[in-house]
Each structure stands twice: as C-alpha cells, then as structure tokens.
Design a protein around this ligand. Sequence first.
Ligand code: NAD
Length: 257
Amino acid sequence: MFRLDDRVAVITGAASGIGAATAEVFARAGADSVLAWYPGDDHDIAPVVAAVEAAGRRAVAVETDVGQTEDVDRLVAAAIGEFGRLDIVVANAGIARDVPSTELDDDEWRRLMEIDLLGVFRCFRAALPPMIEAGWGRLIATSSISGAVISWPRHVHYTAAKGGVLGLVRGLAIEVAHQGITVNAVAPGVIVTPQSTDPVHSFGAEGVHDFASRVPVGRNGQPEDVAAAFTYLASEEAAFMTGQTLILDGGYTVSHV
Ligand code: NAD
C-alpha cells in the first residue's frame, strides 16, 4: 500500500528539512521528483538529488523562489519537460518569522504571505492544467499546528498564513474533486529541521530539545514523519480524502501539558 510507482512529484523547499526527507521517501516509494531549491538559503540540493538516485529514481533540481509566479510556472513546466507528466505537488516551502505585532509592518506581512500562502496557491494553480488533462492529481501543502489549532507567540502573520492554507485546501478541493484531483494539507507540530532549530525566529536547538517533554509521544517529529503522511496523501489509496488538514504532532494539541 501507499506506493507511488512511476509518479512524478514537484516538491518545494526540497533542499532541507521536511522537503528533503520527502524527496527521499517518495523515491523509495517509487516516484521521480522535480526539486525546487531556493538560492537565498544556504542549503545544497546535490545531496538530495543523490539520495533520490541512490533509491533508484530520478530527480531534477530547479532554482525556484515560490514568491515569483514565473519561477513556479517554470518549475511545473520542468516536470512536464523532463518527465512528461506531473502527478503530485508538495507545496512545502515556507518561512517563519518571530515579530511582535507592534513591529509587524506591511512589507513583513506581505513577504510571509507571498511565500507561505500565495506560494502554495501558485504551485497548485500551475499544476492544475496537466492534472486536469490527466484526470488525476494530488495537491499537498504544509500548514502548521500554529494556524491549524494553536499559535506560536509573536507569529501572527505565520499563523494567519498557515491557517489560510486550511481554507485554501478546502476551497480548491471542492472545485477539482470531480476531476480526480485531491487537495490536502499536513499541519505538523515541532519537527526537527533548520526552521525549528533557528534560535532567532523559532525555538533554537535547545528549545526544540526541551519541547519534546511536552509532546505526549515523548519526542519531537522528524522530517520523515511528515514525509510518511505526504506519502499517504499522495497515494492511490487516499482518493477519498480531500479538503482536509492532517494534524501531525505526537498528540501535542490534544494534551493538557
Ligand atoms: P526548512 O527551513 O528546512 O525548510 C524550508 C524550506 O523552504 C527551505 O529549504 C528554504 O530554502 C525554502 N524556502 C524558503 N523561502 C523560499 C522561497 N521564497 N522560495 C522557495 N523556497 C523557499 O524547515 P522545514 O521545517 O523543513 O519547513 C518546511 C515547511 O514545514 C515550512 O512550510 C514550515 O513552515 C513547515 N513547518 C515546519 C515545522 C517545524 O517544526 N519544522 C512545523 C510546522 C510547519
């Protein structure tokens, strides 16, 4: 079950954290990938391409800023150009910024929305024509428990954007449900990645370590935990699941600790 044999996936934020793990897990499940990497960050996409190839699949890396429509359109075109098809999109790229609301100006607000919310829609919109033509597609976004259920302090714009992803998947899901396309999100809790271990805008490494004691399962999430949920949502077996956001947090948001 949950195989992705010969599927082609576009994955954003693929050079690090959850996106990088997704590329490798998808490859092991049988999928080829087009990997979007962002040059503004110091992440190397070459090891991710190598991991996909080591799993016996192909990966193509495309420099992409999801804040730019032309970049995203080029990314999706690369899937068709290189592989002749596009089955799955994982719109996972995102940023988090710790900013008190008194200092949250319009530019800061817009930049985060551009990436974390409109960036997701850009990826989905570009993928719709080939998916509609094929009569099959899986559109998947990365939300967060901050937005889906709770909020991190001083992250109003992040929480608004990640909450917006829930509305985005609901809205688009009903529009394309009859065309064989499902649209879902995963809302992770704390996952050990460069984002959560950033000491300026998130918990920092020590804060992430301490957070684990507040998670009922007794640990933080790993990128592979999220990749496993994406694999299910991308699979044939998830055909009846659409418009939903899966909370994936080791029980954190249902506990009282
Ligand atoms: P990460 O920082 O490793 O990954 C984010 C990726 O997005 C990076 O590869 C980065 O280069 C890319 N990116 C940033 N701006 C971009 C842009 N303009 N265009 C294209 N790519 C861009 O951290 P991660 O935790 O793997 O984050 C992946 C997603 O998971 C994000 O959307 C994040 O908000 C979400 N998330 C993370 C956690 C967590 O605890 N780590 C929890 C909930 C949600």
